[in-house]
Design a protein around this ligand. Structure first.
Ligand SMILES: [Zn+2]
Length: 236
């Protein structure tokens, strides 16, 4: 079994996994995600505000007609008072009460109209502010995205170089060795092989092995570390 080749493959594949993790957790990517989340939050607020503003606008649009109708009624009541139709004092009092009610209603309507206009203006200001915040977040996103792309290119070239190395190693290995490695890596978190140092220390768990084990490994026997169970080899 070519433990040296398998060890190199193991290290290349471990580095590939590391890069993928680094890539996903890179500052630039996390920052982009943060900006995107913030943008989505603002967008949600914007849409809610926008529908509230639309409702207020619809209510506002109804005011001129409501005011006009009340004004017409007022005119009619006033006309009736000055016409010769009314003969009794009671009927006159009733008409006058109607006029007062219409005037009261008009005053209420115009106060309400003002309040609605104020609210509409407030909503428009809020919408404007959120829109500006969204625009600024978008600009920030664009800038950070350019930086993230640059970093992604660096990752990509490392990933490509490692993929080439991996392919060459797999090509050089005999299929039985590779099958063995694929089986073993599952139970040893991707690293079934350990390179032993000249001073008899396991490269994986950094503990010393016995001299008899060292001799057996040196004699090219397939042995595993007494401590971590990895297959040992000496790179000579
Ligand atoms: Zn070990």
């Amino acid at each position: 079994m070519d433990l040296k080749l398998l060890y190199d493959l193991q290290e290349v594949e471990a580095e590939q996994k590391d890069i993928q993790v680094q890539r996903q957790n890179s500052q630039a990517v996390l920052e982009l995600k943060r900006i995107k989340r913030k943008f989505e939050e603002k967008k949600r607020i914007y849409l809610d505000l926008n529908s509230a503003a639309a409702q207020i606008k619809a209510d506002l649009d109804a005011f001129p007609e409501r005011i006009q109708q009340t004004e017409l009624r007022l005119q009619e009541e006033q006309k009736a008072i000055y016409s010769s139709e009314i003969t009794s004092a009671r009927a006159l009092a009733a008409r006058e009460a109607q006029v007062a009610a219409c005037q009261q209603k008009l005053a209420e309507l115009s106060a309400l109209h003002l309040a609605y206009m104020g609210e509409a203006q407030q909503k428009a200001d809020q919408l404007d502010l959120i829109k500006k915040e969204m625009e600024s977040l978008y600009r920030e996103f664009r800038q950070k995205k350019a930086a993230a792309l640059q970093q992604e290119n660096v990752y990509q070239s490392r990933i490509n170089a490692l993929a080439e190395k991996q392919a060459a190693l797999i090509e050089a290995l005999c299929p039985e060795d590779l099958d063995w490695f694929r089986r073993e890596e599952k139970s040893h978190s991707g690293r079934p092989i350990s390179r032993m140092t000249a001073n008899m220390v396991c490269g994986h768990c950094h503990r010393m092995v016995t001299s008899s084990l060292y001799k057996r490994v040196k004699g090219k026997n397939l042995c595993s570390c007494e401590h971590c169970g990895r297959i040992l080899f000496i790179d000579d």
